[in-house]
Write a protein that binds this ligand. Structure first.
Ligand SMILES: C[S@@+](CC[C@H](N)C(=O)[O-])C[C@H]1O[C@@H](n2cnc3c(N)ncnc32)[C@H](O)[C@@H]1O
Length: 279
């Protein structure tokens, strides 16, 4: 059994469903904030760099309502999506994406079915290392030899930096310190159960699941912190004059793209994206 104690899987599962069904609208997340728009743009950046040319079969595991899957389809890929939240599966189907209800730890497809797998969700919502290993092994299993795995994770240090920039370190301090120490806090009420990786740990998890040539990118990069600060402190669409000289989304994108050339800068990013290949 895991270090989180007996029965934790049921608690985590119930929390995930409650969060995404009743507390949080995932369908608007990538549109409604600057931070979300940066994340969407950068997932496209990194995926476009590594994906084989279309046509190819891609699986979006934990694809939610299908924002990335719809973009992949529009680029000529054949996409299948899986998610454990019924409303996400329904929204993806309404958007014309073939979608099934399921769990990253047990995929319903045969060995070698896909050219690429995107996991933007399962790795940070599986708090037990054994569960994450199982999800990664399943992704590897459904890939053909040489297939690409792309995994989004949340940086262990993101809460410290985010709470500081939001000027909320006082009220968030206990949560921040638990996450720094353990990668997880049971008091983290803003997210469904979430695990936070260090760059080295994420790299080791992909390598340990049998992937080769693993690279960890800083997804949102140092400029991501500009979007966090604006989302938090600017309440209207009208930017104060000190922020209006340049488009902050473009600034953040440029910052992330420059930092991408320097792997040592990956820990400066709130979100991480690891890519690797099946042997
Ligand atoms: C923040 S949403 C991201 C959705 C989409 N991938 C994106 O990047 O926009 C996280 C997603 O991971 C899914 N998820 C959580 N645990 C999962 C698991 N064990 N297996 C598959 N998906 C999971 C959630 O249901 C949710 O749709």
């Amino acid at each position: 059994m895991s270090r989180w104690g007996p029965g934790h899987r049921d608690v985590v599962q119930a929390d995930l469903h409650e969060h995404y069904t009743n507390r949080f609208d995932e369908a608007t997340r990538l549109d409604s904030t600057l931070k979300g728009r940066l994340e969407r743009a950068r997932v496209r950046d990194v995926m476009a760099r590594y994906l084989p040319a279309p046509p190819a079969d891609v699986v979006d595991v934990g694809g939610g309502p299908g924002a990335h899957a719809a973009w992949l389809q529009s680029r000529g890929y054949t996409v299948e999506l899986l998610d454990p939240v019924q409303s996400h599966v329904g929204q993806a189907r309404e958007a014309g994406i073939p979608a099934v209800l399921g769990d990253a730890r047990s995929l319903p497809w045969p060995d070698g079915r896909f050219a690429a797998a995107l996991l933007a969700g399962p790795l940070y919502h599986l708090i037990d290392a054994g569960d994450r290993r199982q999800a990664l092994r399943e992704a590897v299993r459904v890939l053909r030899p040489g297939g690409l795995v792309a995994v989004v994770a949340i940086n262990r240090f993101a809460n410290l930096l985010g709470a500081t920039l939001a000027n909320q370190l006082g009220e968030r301090r206990r949560i921040v310190e638990e996450i720094l120490a353990d990668g997880f806090s049971p008091r983290n009420d803003r997210m469904a159960h979430t695990y936070y990786h260090t760059v080295n740990e994420l790299h080791a998890e992909l390598t340990g699941a049998g992937m080769r040539s693993v690279t960890v990118h800083g997804l949102t990069g140092p400029g991501g912190w500009l979007t966090v600060a604006i989302d938090r402190h600017v309440q209207t669409d009208v930017l104060p004059s000190t922020l209006a000289d340049a488009d902050p989304l473009q600034t953040a994108l440029d910052g992330a793209r420059i930092a991408d050339r320097y792997p040592d800068l990956a820990p400066a990013s709130a979100l991480l994206m690891a890519v690797g290949y099946r042997d």
